[in-house]
Design a protein around this ligand. Structure first.
Ligand code: C2E
Ligand code: MG
Ligand code: MG
Length: 598
């Protein structure tokens, strides 16, 4: 809006009267007035101290008003000064020219003072308003610029947070390695590549720390954590930069070998890792020995899902563990079908327990001197409705792996004790006849085995001395401390103990010496080898001699021929068991054996 403004006005006119009149009047109105009579002079003055407005005559001697105005407009310092032309020329063409050179107004002489004042005021106000607008624009621009800068910062910050979250989502906090999620994503990409590019190969190594649990249990989680970190750093040493090593969780790691020529390359890296980890780790004050078991799978287009690759690598890793740990195993397709089979078997076993499909069979153990039955060994049979009887070798390993063996052993123990009690009640078995029951020690660590046995003996009113437990040599040696404690307690109850499959479990003889064991059962593999004229009996001889020196008896397992029987008899083995006398038979057939004898 136009408003009164008192400003600095330059008057340019070659007519002194005009000049004087105008400058006096404008000064009286409060304007600061400068006046010149020449165009060139006007340019100099305007440049030296910029006026707010110029009143410019057109007709002047040196250069005319048009020229002056043009030059003012051409100069950036003066270009924005509003110029009002004053002229006696009143042709339209003159006015047009005045505007075309940049004038803002045109006043015809002789002028009315009011008109001059009004126009001056209008243009000054206009100019002032323009100035304000441009200043506002500048400020606005500045603010907009700031706000953008601000937004950029905010966006950068948000991106950073996002990146951190993404990092957390894809990494393991302890080791800083990529985690399972990231690994699976990468694996998926590689699978796509393999499906498009036939000559592209990659391999997955699945690593599981051996004995990690025992480190954790004995030295604490802090040491366990540090061990995992050190382990990761050492494994990295064996990998080319850029190779993906990730922590799948717990003590499991995986390595992704991209673009490798063949399986040989993968095995080589596995070998290097095993070698690198063979030296102990120094964790604080502790020296910790640990290594890994490695399963290897070659990525190929038979795989449609990354999970399947990892599953197979895992299966191969378990194989490596079973082979004795600290080694690697390539995955083979047969392992997969076996894993599936085992999975099915496990659920069948659970069902079998619920449906009471297990049954004890009995095989007599004979005193060689008298040919009398001294005991029966209870052996589990699985009577599967659609497949018939299944022998233990087909399901015991899985039962042991899954812990289902506890339930099976308890069931057979109870059934066998009850059976012997029945025979005793019938007068078919005297007090010296014992019942041998096999026990898998592996899973009894956390279970109160003795309470259960006490219970069964009480329920069946069977004397402890009528029960003899068979524990395999390897079971005892692998759980020596626990086995030692249990054996002591069994002794207190007069329960006897046999070491089963003796000769196959690498017994420490010094350890054996300290255990109160009653019998060593010579493994069938030694009896089987007895040849004509008593060949290959050295080991049997040695075992019998050892047993005698420790005050134990021997039972020869798996006697099938008369020849074998003669040999073990001549070697002074006390007892024998085998198809030559009887296969394991059901309770009814065993009862008949008790009645008829051999
Ligand atoms: P084991 O305790 O050493 O039992 C002897 C095995 O040798 C039995 O096999 C028996 O049938 C077989 N055998 C006996 N005499 C002969 C012979 O003259 N020739 C041949 N070829 N074999 C003979 P079975 O019943 O198949 O049991 C296999 C293994 O399964 C047993 O070996 C034992 O370790 C385990 N087992 C059986 N029943 C149970 C059970 O209730 N609990 C546990 N934990 N393990 C059991
Ligand atoms: Mg046995
Ligand atoms: Mg045996």
């Amino acid at each position: 809006m136009a408003r009164e403004y008192v400003g600095d006005i330059l008057i340019v006119d070659d007519t002194p009267n005009n000049l004087r009149f105008l400058s006096t009047t404008l000064s009286e109105q409060g304007y600061k007035v400068r006046s010149v009579t020449d165009g060139l002079m006007a340019l100099t003055v305007a440049q030296a101290a910029k006026p707010d407005l110029i009143l410019l005559d057109i007709m002047m001697p040196n250069i005319d008003g048009y020229e002056v105005c043009q030059r003012l407009k051409a100069n950036s310092q003066t270009s924005d000064i509003p110029v009002i032309f004053l002229s006696a020329l009143d042709e339209v063409i003159d006015k047009v020219k005045a505007f075309s050179v940049g004038g803002v107004d045109y006043i015809t002489k002789p002028f009315q003072l009011e008109e001059v004042l009004a126009r001056i005021q209008t243009h000054l106000s206009l100019r002032e308003a323009q100035k304000e607008i441009s200043q506002l624009n500048t400020e606005l621009e500045q603010r907009v610029r700031q706000r953008t800068a601000q937004l950029e910062q905010e966006i950068a910050e948000r991106l950073q947070v996002q990146e951190r979250l993404l990092h957390l989502a894809l990494h393991d906090v302890l080791t800083g390695l990529p985690n399972r999620t990231w690994f699976m994503k990468r694996l998926e990409q590689l699978l796509q590549q393999v499906n498009q590019q036939t000559n592209y190969h990659f391999a997955v190594l699945f690593l599981d720390c051996d004995r990690f649990q025992s480190v954790n249990d004995s030295l604490g989680h802090l040491v366990g954590d540090q061990l995992l970190v050190s382990l990761a750093r050492r494994i990295e040493l064996c990998l080319r930069p850029g190779t993906m090593l990730c922590r799948l969780g717990g003590d499991e790691f995986a390595i992704l070998l991209q673009d490798i020529a063949n399986a040989g390359n993968a095995s080589k890296i596995a070998d290097n890792i095993l070698h690198e980890l063979a030296t102990p780790f120094q964790i604080g004050d502790y020296q910790v020995f640990t290594n890994v078991s490695i399963g290897i799978v070659m990525g190929s287009n038979i795989y449609k899902q990354p999970e399947h690759i990892l599953r197979d690598a895992d299966t191969a890793m378990y194989r490596a563990k079973a082979k004795g740990k600290a080694c690697y195993q390539m995955f083979e397709q047969t392992m997969h079908s076996r894993a599936l089979h085992n999975f099915q078997l496990e659920s069948d076993l659970r069902q079998a327990l619920e449906r009471n499909e297990f049954e004890a069979y009995y095989q007599p153990i004979v005193t060689l001197e008298t040919n009398q039955i001294s005991s029966f060994e209870a052996l589990v049979r699985w009577n599967q409705p659609d497949k018939g009887f299944i022998i233990p070798n087909k399901f015991i390993p899985i039962a042991e792996e899954t812990g289902l063996i506890i339930a099976i052993d308890m069931f057979i123990l109870r059934q066998a004790c009850q059976q012997l009690r029945n025979w005793q009640d019938e007068g078919l078995a005297d007090k010296s006849l014992t019942m041998n029951v096999n026990l898998s020690v592996k899973h009894f660590m956390s279970f109160n085995l003795l309470d259960y046995i006490d219970n069964v003996l009480q329920e069946t009113r069977l004397d402890g001395s009528s029960l003899r437990l068979e524990i395999t040599e390897s079971d005892i040696m692998e759980n020596a401390e626990f086995a030692g404690k249990i054996i002591e307690k069994l002794r207190e109850r007069n329960i006897q103990l046999s070491i089963d499959d003796f000769g196959t479990g690498y017994s420490s003889l010094s350890y054996l010496h300290r255990l109160p064991i009653d019998h060593l059962k010579i493994d069938r593999s030694f009896v089987m080898r007895i040849g004509k004229n008593g060949k290959n009996t050295e080991i049997i001889k040695a075992i019998i001699a050892l047993a005698k020196s420790l005050g134990m008896c021997t039972i020869a397992e798996g006697v099938e021929t008369q020849e074998q029987l003669e040999q073990i008899r001549s070697l002074k083995c006390e007892f024998c068991q085998g198809y030559l006398f009887s296969k394991p038979v059901d309770a009814e057939a065993a009862r008949n054996l008790l009645i008829t004898g051999f």
